[in-house]
Design a binder for this molecule. Sequence first.
Ligand SMILES: [Zn+2]
Length: 317
Amino acid sequence: MSKDYYKILGITEFESQEAIKNAYRKMARKWHPDVAGNSEEAVLKFKEINEAYEILSNKIKKEEYDRARRFYSYATSKDNKFEKKTKQEDKKGFSFNSFKWKKAQDCPIPKRGENIYTDVELSVVEAVTGVTKTVNMLQTQICPKCGGRKFIKGNICTSCKGKGEFTSYKKFTVKIPAGIKDNSKIRLAGEGSNGINGGQNGDLYITIHIQEPKTYKTDGLNILKTIPVTPHEAVLGADIRISTIKGNVVVKIAPNTQNGQKIRLAGCGIVQNNKVGDMIVTIEIKIPQQLSNEEINLYKKLAEISTVNIRDTLYEN
Ligand SMILES: [Zn+2]
């Protein structure tokens, strides 16, 4: 028995799997080549830590290891002959690892790759008309060479440099169908993380988020917009500029336009396939926040000369 894996991880034999995992993470962080450097000592230590975790995190391997460890400590304390023999084996390069795990490595268990989840933001127009989006996402794949074990026959895997996985950006082109609803999910089968040992790939799930536009609402292909006009524009009529998806257009407001009156701008809505919606403008009569003294005086004059009571119809008597 060449190595005490418990000692390597700084724990006792009776720790939980959670504690073993935590101890491993702590040690692996400390001795990772990115942190501890590539000195012979650091590399060896990192290798030992991973070897220890590979054994202790696997129920079957751990049981066998514990049995062998107990037997070894029994033998060294009680039976000098056995100790001698074991020590000789040590010198010849007896390795618990290579000796025991043949079976486990010959029959690797296929493991399905993990699902990956991401989000895509769409404008309302994109959601209505459908769009093709490129999603660039960070993906972690288990190293295909070492299968995530980080070591191959006791040596650091040259492919992943002992990380056990690769992290890279992968681009996906996603066709988003017309009329998609907010919070819909699109599943791209097999585009998740790679499966291990012949296991299936995971899936990629994309959640759609439709951004609420600040200046308009939509109703099918129609765009609904509220446009403020001043009292004098409403009374006298005016030419007002409105931005549409076709660019700015000048719209005539008729004299004596009422609050809530609607104007339809044909063909200024959303375009989808061969169909096009309209823009429906709702007039909102609004008093400017800042009025000059001169304007206030004119309103005073208006109040003096006005003879119409527009609330007449509201009174019963
Ligand atoms: Zn590898």
